[in-house]
Design a protein around this ligand. Structure first.
Ligand SMILES: [Zn+2]
Length: 461
């Protein structure tokens, strides 16, 4: 299997840290507002990665955090805590805000068939782990104090810009609008913040009462659950220059090691050439999508139409096309229920094509093409083997085809055999036999309709 690594800017062979196993950490939501479909592109990506690894036979451990403290309104350590700002605006406590939006997030994720990660960890439940990590960072000489709190000294880590590949001047220009004269380097960031007495969520620490910087939770929790060297860290491409760069620096400062072997980032969802984001004011949530008549799984299909590293175009056209494609697969599945299993071997080349595609840096568009090849060939052959192959692919695609098709009840084998016999009779223009078989199917409580895609059978109303 080959996967791209943002750190090396190369697609190379995936070699797990532990044979047969893979550890994946995904930066989860900051739960102070509804997640939008642009956010969910990232979670469909990490879910698909997990499913592919499982499909290829790895034992997967997927960890995702929930940020419920410390993410300030700028990605730097200035401004207000997003949770506390949300709480103030809605007249609630930060905990109420966090639990509410966390629940909505996981409900939305479930409607997208995103599997719940094996471990979901909240920042506020891991404050002692974060404090412990900062102790190690400080003991290794990577931290200093200012009036803000305890600050990470990025100047101590020569590899600091390796992930973003920005030179320090570019990094600083992009990241910071005001210069803090107390900081040794403009890219230095807070590990523990002690100068915000109005902040509602505060904890005691060796550096005084305060709260963690945002980047800290992901370092602390990924190391806690996946160890000091793990396989894959995912997130949106916007995390590269600051959040993941700082996580990586903390990891090294605490452990003296490159903790994350492979960083994988998805590109943005774009509307009219603009990224979907809060500051762009063009957010669409999963609920709003449904009001537009688009099912969450139509959106999941849309995500599969582009490589994860390429921008994905979100337009009325592209959504409609995704919806029609998904319906096509479901219609095919319904038709296939009444076909007999003829030759179990003909789908094998397409299954190989599918497996090769997903193992080539998650080339899901190519994998979908293999699925559609099976649909075309399956329609020719009228062989239910095609359906079994599609269900196998759906372990990766996560479109819930079995459930969508199963919205119509199962067809007994006896009926399926009669339908197949009737098809054969029709082909040989034996209309009397065809009619006799139709009546027999009717006696068993089913009606058969002839469509351009072949016979379709359903329970008699
Ligand atoms: Zn993170």
């Amino acid at each position: 299997m080959k996967l791209y690594n943002t750190l090396t800017r190369q697609k190379d062979e995936f070699v797990p840290v532990e044979p047969g196993k893979v550890g994946i950490y995904t930066c989860g939501p900051t739960v102070y507002m509804f997640a939008h479909v642009g956010n969910f592109r990232a979670y469909v990506f990490s879910d698909t990665l997990r499913r592919v690894m499982d499909y290829l036979g790895y034992q997967v451990k997927h960890v995702m955090n929930v940020t419920d403290v410390g993410h300030l309104t700028s990605d730097e350590d200035t401004g207000e805590d997003k949770l506390e700002k949300g709480a103030r605006q809605e007249g609630k406590t930060p905990q109420e805000i966090a639990r509410f939006y966390e629940k909505v997030f996981f409900d939305d994720a479930a409607r997208l068939n995103i599997l719940t990660p094996h471990i979901v960890c909240r920042a506020t439940d891991h404050i002692p782990d974060m404090i412990e990590l900062v102790r190690r960072i400080e003991a290794n000489g990577f931290a200093y104090r200012t009036s803000v709190g305890l600050i990470f000294d990025t100047g101590k880590y020569p590899e600091y810009a390796a992930l973003s590949r920005l030179n320090l001047a570019e990094q600083q220009a992009g990241a910071r609008t005001t210069v803090d004269p107390e900081r040794r380097n403009p890219s230095d960031f807070a590990l523990w913040i002690t100068n915000q007495p109005k902040h509602l969520m505060q904890w005691d620490s060796p550096w005084g009462r305060g709260f963690p910087g945002w980047h800290l939770e992901c370092s602390a929790m990924s190391i806690k659950y996946l160890g000091e060297r793990f396989d894959i860290h995912t997130g949106g491409i916007d995390h590269v220059p600051v959040h993941h760069t700082n996580e990586r620096a903390q990891n090294f400062a605490a452990t003296g090691k490159e903790v994350v072997v492979r960083w994988m980032h998805n590109a943005f969802l774009v509307i009219n050439d603009t990224r979907m984001g809060k500051s762009e004011g063009n957010l669409v949530t999963i609920s709003e999508l449904e009001k537009l008549g688009v099912a969450p799984l139509d959106f999941r299909y849309l995500c599969h139409t582009a490589l994860y590293r390429m921008p994905l175009s979100y337009t009325a056209e592209s959504l409609k096309s995704a919806r029609n494609s998904l319906r096509g697969l479901v219609d095919f599945g319904r038709n296939a229920q009444v076909w007999p299993v003829k030759d179990p071997a003909w789908t094998e080349p397409f299954q190989r094509e599918f497996k090769e595609a997903v193992a080539d840096d998650l080339n899901i568009p190519q994998a979908l093409a293999a699925a559609w090849n099976i649909v075309r060939e399956g329609n020719q052959r009228q062989d239910r083997t095609a359906w079994a192959a599609l269900l196998d692919f759906d372990r990766v695609l996560g479109l819930g085809l079995e459930r969508l098709v199963g919205a119509t009840p199962g067809i007994p084998d006896q009926v399926a055999e009669l339908v197949a016999a009737r098809e054969a009779a029709r082909k040989s223009k034996d209309w009397a036999e065809s009619d006799r078989l139709r009546d027999r199917i009717g006696e068993l409580g089913f009606v058969v309709e002839d469509t351009p895609q072949g016979a379709r059978v359903k329970p008699r109303p």
